[in-house]
Ligand binder design. Sequence first.
Ligand code: AG3
Length: 285
Amino acid sequence: MTELRFLETDPFAPIHYVYDVEEIVCSRRTEHQQLLIFKSGHFGRVLVLDGVVQLTERDEHFYHEMLTHVALHAHPHPADVLIIGGGDGGSLREVLKHKAVKRVQMVELDRGVIEASKEFLPTLSTGFADPRAHVLETKGEDFLAGTGDKFDLVIMDSTDPVGPAATLFSDECLASAARVLRDDGMFVAQTESLHFHLDFVREVQKKLARVFKLADLYTAPLATYGGNWWTFSIASKAHEPREVRRPCEIDTKYYAEDVHRQAFLPPTLRRRLVDSHGESRPKPH
Ligand code: AG3
């Protein structure tokens, strides 16, 4: 029995998780936040930023595969990909599995996350050595507002939308994301859980629908994020994201063509949860 425990203080979910800690692997202050990596017997290494669990070695593939491969298979020719955030490298690793991808620009605010991942999370950070990968250390919204580059796909792999990541979901920022995309471009972001963050999910869907031709939502079950029924908001300028346009020829553990199709909310749930304007959560008695 270990005696050391980690209590997650999630500012965006009405629940706490407690982890048994086998060992503290790294604990340091980066320029922007407190970074902790500990080892759990069950989950392997766990990356924590400002008290919030960002990933565990055991289940990160559910998140990173689903954040990246749905759009990468719905887009007919994803050559240029932009990742906002994602400093641990998990999304980059997945994107680089696609031969169709010729260039990945990562824009990460905190170089300290990249450095710690290269040092302590070797299964996550493999992609940084790939010649197609380019890293820029700056705020996502600044890059989106200023760049003249064009992309086929924009992926937002952010922390919870409180603090530094909140502005990524502003109307301006989402409009800039649409602007940097080519005419058949797609956008995808991690957008929290259907149990705890329904108002946020609805808001993002509404904002995306204002800027893109198509806005939709799919989910994956995640063991370690508060709320667990995790959402990914996807938007597209031309192609229907529910359709698998390129065969899945890469190695994955969760994503597959039938998983892609079934991950989207069935129409009844979409209507009830997202498009209805009713009360999003029952009030306690
Ligand atoms: N980004 C999503 C983190 C959400 C965590 N929320 C939570 N534990 N309440 C993860 C970044 C991984 N590349």
